[in-house]
Write a protein that binds this ligand. Structure first.
Ligand SMILES: [Zn+2]
Length: 205
């Protein structure tokens, strides 16, 4: 399982399919093809509006969310694995107060489905602290495709880890989709890795 940390708990059969895509260097392209769009909520202000609209529609009686921000320090760190750390490092987290929602910076430039999934996830935490049945029922009530989106997000994170940053760009925006992204941009990759390990040492969010 250690080779696919974001996918712990999924059936072995599914993991084998993912491994086959990874082996061909096609996992990122596989996800990108199905999620070519980008949402327009790229600033904290727009994000806040988006969250508050969803909360109004689905979670009216839940506590208000005072502050919503993208946080570039909440990142996918290879060492921070397993469901719960995934939760606090990658999903964005409710730090200090429940009313504060921090969404990982990577969602700023993401498909609308992935932003929706993560916001729905965080909104459900206003009611349910743990990832229990009631929690997932809330997620599905807000977004019927929740589980599909979460799975595909995990694929995307896996692709970013294994195939590099360019993995989730649509193929026609990449220099050469068949080549190794790391080989194309050694400086960028180097910087990203340094950045990542620095963040990894910041402690557990
Ligand atoms: Zn969670």
């Amino acid at each position: 399982m250690a080779d696919l940390p974001y996918l712990a708990g999924y059936p072995e059969e599914t993991l084998d399919e993912v491994r086959a895509l990874v082996a061909r260097g096609q996992l990122g392209a596989h996800v990108a093809k199905r999620y070519p769009g980008r949402h327009p909520y790229t600033t904290n202000k727009l994000l806040q509006g988006y969250v508050s609209e969803l909360r109004q529609r689905h979670m009216k009686t839940a506590p208000a969310v005072a502050r919503v921000t993208y946080d570039d320090h909440v990142v996918a760190v290879r060492d921070a694995l397993g469901l719960h750390t995934f939760e606090s490092r990658v999903h964005g987290s409710r730090l200090r107060a429940r009313s504060e929602m921090r969404i990982a910076g990577l969602f700023r430039d993401a498909a609308p489905q992935f932003l929706r999934m993560i916001v729905v996830h965080e909104l459900a935490h206003l009611r349910e602290r743990d990832h229990n049945k009631a929690f997932y029922r809330l997620c599905e009530a807000m977004e019927p495709n929740y589980h599909q989106y979460e799975f595909d997000l995990r694929l995307l994170l896996t692709a970013r880890e294994l195939e590099g940053q360019a993995a989730d760009q649509p193929a026609d925006q990449r220099d050469d989709p068949d080549s190794d992204a790391r080989a194309n941009h050694p400086d960028q990759e180097e910087r990203r890795r340094a950045d990542r390990s620095r963040r990894g040492r910041r402690g557990r969010g």
